[in-house]
Design a protein around this ligand. Structure first.
Ligand code: NOJ
Ligand code: CA
Length: 708
């Protein structure tokens, strides 16, 4: 508990001296432990809760109000009095079972304000504010009301009044999918609705003039802000409705025409955290652990059944049109899939092909093999209205021997990764969850990639609404019961729940590598990942699926990967995920010297250092592998060539490392010479330096294996 009255007076004067109106009485200040960030809470003259945020003396958020619009009740937004106001401090260190670093410090000061309406019905609201040195957060608790069991929220009114026309990196506030390219504009120029109806997306709903979180902002003075949300539990996902004239955001919850409301909760309940990461430099955004710190500790007891791993899979061959997911079965009149002899012979997930991938993984220090298209139902996937009851998550196609393959994989020390494409029919999936996960458990398969491609069934629900948030949670909790870890595609966004449920190992939730294979707009431009590292990646692990070596995509004349090969290697370090795919066809790795990096690179880290970077331009990250002490470094650039000076100061003193540097050859260019990679071997120690020249769309990757 701390309450420094002279500091309060000083900051109050500072805060309110700039205002035209005098400060209302009853304000409370909350400072972060290192006095870096300050939250000022007050009730306005109308009794509306309002907050302001400072970073040093720079105002980050001007007076902004808080509240709810409700069905059948007046808005819960003003007419309040403060009942109690308490501050406390917390400082704990916890361990990530796998992650970007082993230990995380969770150090903050908290203010809890209980409010009650002064007039009947005297409804109560508690506000929780947390001030960290790397950001601030707030959440609501709606208190019990006499004679009322549950509340229906039609919208949340959490305002973020910005203090300038910041540069913003944003994707539209789509209710179904996050697979959009990032835009770089001033806040006043955000044009979210122009992204409606994207031809590459099987589902996309953008009803509000809003952006999705995390968005990232840079103020005129160079302060970086990002708005993730944390601990999204039994609530609708939050987008940020943009007021381009006032330069303000307001929470815009994802709704549902089927249910007619956005959130329904039994009283009392707490909302997710609304947080703002605040950093002097872009690199500090990536280093921040604010989002996981805002979640509850690990609830799963034994998680030793999952181990971080690299994987290959029957996947890219479908995206580059060399094979199909479906076998070519026919649905008979009783609704059963039968083999009527019309199979087209292009089916990828055959026993023989899977064994080829298992052998390849076993020979190359790769622990997993993903198999997509192993189960019946793919004949009625994209483009079919009625997909309920179609996919079956326990019945393999006739040419896929699931028992034999599990045995074979185990004998080679490799684990199969299950695949469940739900085709956005979550009720069908939920009905089969137990049997599907029982099967996995029996076969010793401990992770599944799920998918939700298409318009949600039932109609009127959206991927990011409360109903689906609860579905994704059910999958996570059921998975935990059967020792199954989840890598969701077309997911709900990451909000740091991996702290509580470490079996939330990874997810998509962005335009992944696959867009390079088939997007009508030519795929992800070179600036995509230098933006993703400072936006989407702040939310949590990404299953981006790097590692394309055959960058020209010979089977796809209109597409190519818009990076150099050296950048594909760098992504294993730059993008964090405890599962990392080597996504290209095994034959494309044969006799490639650069593949040694993928064999060597770690997936689980003792510590990570973000060495340099600017949003949308470039970023370099170094990570130390757990147990071995080996270090790996990855650096990527956008469409501009640039030189990066690397100081090996992050290495411990007194140790020598055998370094292999994989870099763009002098004539490399993502467009017409992407595969030109140069490989240097040298010995490196702390204090050494290297200057690396990155090609347009290029990058570099370095392995530093401990010698002595
Ligand atoms: C979309 C996923 O992102 C992709 O990786 C997968 O191959 C397809 N859905 C099929 O499930
Ligand atoms: Ca996808």
């Amino acid at each position: 508990m701390f309450q420094n009255s002279s500091l309060f007076l000083f900051l109050s004067l500072l805060l309110w001296s700039a205002c035209e109106t005098p400060a209302p009485a009853g304000g409370t200040l909350l400072q972060s432990p290192g006095a870096v960030n300050t939250i000022a809470f007050q009730l306005t003259e109308r009794g509306a809760p309002s907050y302001r945020v400072l970073h040093g003396t720079e105002t980050i958020i001007e007076d902004s109000q808080l509240g709810f619009e409700l069905q059948g009740q007046a808005p819960l937004a003003e007419g309040f009095e403060v009942v109690t106001s308490e501050q406390s401090s917390s400082d704990e260190t916890w361990e990530m079972p796998w992650g970007e670093q082993r230990t995380v410090r969770n150090h903050y000061n908290e203010l809890v304000v209980e409010l009650r309406e002064s007039a009947p019905p005297q409804r109560g609201l508690k506000l929780y504010f947390r001030a960290y040195d790397d950001g601030v957060a707030l959440r609501y608790e709606v208190l019990a009301q006499a004679g009322v069991d549950s509340l229906v929220i039609t919208d949340e009114r959490t305002d973020f009044q910005l203090t300038g026309d910041h540069t913003a990196w944003w994707i539209p506030g789509d209710w179904d999918i996050y697979e959009h390219l990032y835009n770089t504009t001033k806040v006043s120029e955000i044009d979210a609705l122009s992204k409606r109806g994207h031809p590459n997306l099987a589902q996309s709903t953008i009803p509000l003039y809003a952006v999705n979180t995390p968005d990232t902002l840079r103020t005129e003075s160079g302060t970086h802000l990002s708005n993730p949300e944390a601990n999204l539990t039994d609530y609708a996902g939050m987008t940020l409705v943009v007021d381009t004239a006032k330069l303000a955001f307001r929470s815009g919850l994802v709704g549902s025409e089927r249910r007619g409301y956005k959130v329904k909760r039994a009283l009392p309940f707490q909302t997710p955290w609304r947080s703002i990461q605040i950093a002097d430099r872009a690199t500090e955004l990536i280093a921040s652990k604010l989002i996981v710190n805002l979640n509850e500790p690990n609830q799963l007891e034994d998680i030793s059944w999952f181990e971080p791993k690299k994987y290959v899979g029957i996947w890219w061959e479908m995206h580059v049109d060399k094979a199909s997911w479906d076998y070519g079965m026919t649905l008979d009149k009783d609704g059963k899939w039968v083999d009527t002899g019309v199979a087209h012979g292009r089916h990828g997930a055959t026993t023989e092909n899977t064994k080829r991938y298992i052998d390849f993984a076993a020979a190359n220090n790769i622990g997993g093999v993903l198999v997509e298209g192993w189960n019946t139902g793919w004949e009625r996937w994209i483009g079919f209205e009625d997909r309920e009851g179609v996919f079956d998550f326990v019945t393999p196609y006739p040419d896929y021997d699931i028992e034999e393959l599990s045995r074979y994989a185990q004998s080679k020390g490799v684990e199969i990764i299950m695949h469940h494409e739900t085709s956005a029919a979550p009720r069908t999936y939920a009905q089969q969850l137990d049997t599907a996960y029982q099967l996995m458990n029996r076969l010793g398969i401990h992770s599944v990639k799920t998918g939700y491609v298409g318009k949600l069934i039932p109609a009127g629900e959206y991927h990011h609404g409360q109903w689906m948030v609860n579905h994704y949670r059910q999958v996570l909790e059921t998975g935990a019961r059967y020792q199954v870890a989840i890598n969701a595609h077309e997911p709900i966004k990451a909000t740091g729940l991996r702290r509580t449920f470490p079996n939330a190992i990874s997810r998509e939730g962005l335009r992944g590598q696959e867009f390079n294979a088939w997007a009508a707009d030519g795929g992800n431009p070179p600036e995509h990942l230098p933006i993703v590292a400072f936006t989407r990646m702040l939310a949590g692990p990404i299953d981006f699926t790097p590692g394309v070596f055959d960058i020209g995509l010979p089977t796809k004349p209109d597409n190519q990967i818009n990076t150099t090969l050296a950048q594909q290697l760098a992504l294993y370090v730059v993008i964090y995920s405890p599962i990392q795919m080597a996504c290209d066809l095994p034959e494309n790795y044969v006799n490639q010297d650069a593949f040694q990096f993928i064999r060597d690179v770690g997936v689980d880290w003792e510590q990570s250092r973000v060495l340099n970077g600017e949003v949308g331009d470039f970023v370099t990250i170094a990570r130390e592998e757990r147990e071995t002490g080996h270090w790996f470094v990855g650096g990527i650039t956008d469409e501009n060539a640039r030189e990066i000076r690397l100081d090996f100061d992050f290495l411990p003193a007194g140790k020598n490392y055998a370094a292999t540097i994989y870099k763009d050859a002098p004539d490399a260019h993502y467009r017409d010479n992407p595969r030109a990679v140069a490989i240097d071997k040298l010995r490196v120690k702390r204090g050494d330096q290297q200057v690396l020249a990155l090609a347009p769309g290029g990058g570099f990757a370095i392995s530093l294996l401990v010698e002595d």
